[in-house]
Design a protein around this ligand. Structure first.
Ligand SMILES: [Zn+2]
Length: 273
């Protein structure tokens, strides 16, 4: 049984979240981030609410790490929209075709479920038809994407489940962090739940933004907060429907359950890879 109530789980942001949704922390955290950096983040099309400084850049929108390299990029190509809401960064994609190796390291080797969930997430990607990306689990050495654990308790009603970043130089982001604190997944983590979070974080590693970037309150609860489309614009992929995509695997916040690719997610994967 989970240590957190279902109501609370419903509002757990899939990633970070620990403080991004907490107003008093927002004020504190923004004091730590210069206005020049916040302007850079906004120029890249990301929300400047709840930005946190991390070792290799800034954590935005709950679970996305923008590196200094990301912030320095001058994007000239438009973002892509599917279903009028799912946004993909055309400047941050993995060169294809490509086999991406995945490893599980550090404290995540202490519990079988982290390894099993990683394999299950890989299987979900590899089961997609016509894909140009193949994911391969390796058990020796460090993969192109390495999963590592961290231990962080909930704060302000939210908890960070995991985090990741965007591709650069045609390569996937190289690390996914998963919270091993029992408040995140309980003392006996549910395989499908963890699989869905890893699937989501892998999505960031290959260039996916949040489906509800335009209003993360749709999956996270709370007040409306637009993650912005950015000054570089966005292009709707023709033939895809519009409306809130309630079951997308790239919603900003987890519902605490199993979230696989939905129809639009599969269209996006097929279009991009
Ligand atoms: Zn995310």
């Amino acid at each position: 049984m989970r240590l957190i109530s279902k109501t609370l789980v419903a509002f757990l942001c899939v990633s970070l979240i620990a403080t991004s949704c907490k107003r008093e922390d927002i004020a504190l955290n923004q004091d730590e981030v210069s206005s020049a950096v916040l302007q850079q983040i906004a120029a890249q099309g990301f929300s400047t609410e709840g930005v946190r400084k991390v070792s290799n850049g800034y954590l935005v929108e709950g679970d996305i790490i923008l590196t200094n390299e990301n912030l320095a990029q001058q994007s000239t190509s438009p973002n892509l929209l599917i279903a009028n809401e799912e946004q993909y960064r055309t400047t941050n994609l993995v060169n294809k075709p490509r086999t991406i190796t995945v490893s599980v390291s550090g404290t995540l080797t202490g519990l079988q479920v982290w390894s099993d969930a990683t394999n299950a997430a890989i299987a979900r990607y590899n089961s997609l038809p016509n894909h140009d990306l193949t994911f391969q689990r390796i058990t020796g050495g460090v993969g192109n994407i390495d999963l590592v654990g961290f231990d962080e308790a909930a704060s302000g009603g939210y908890i960070t489940l995991g985090s990741a970043g965007f591709p650069s130089g045609g390569n996937p982001y190289n690390q996914i962090r998963i919270n091993t604190n029992p408040q995140a997944y309980g003392s006996n983590p549910n395989l499908n739940y963890v699989t869905s979070v890893i699937q989501h974080e892998v999505g960031h590693c290959i260039g996916f933004r949040h489906t509800d970037y335009f209003n993360r309150a749709l999956s996270c609860g709370g007040r409306k907060s637009n993650e912005r489309a950015g000054s570089i614009g966005a292009t709707l992929i023709p033939g895809t429907p519009s409306g809130f995509d309630a079951e997308s695997f790239m919603l900003a916040c987890s519902n605490g359950g199993n979230r696989d690719f939905n129809v639009n997610d599969k269209k996006a994967m097929d279009y991009l890879y």
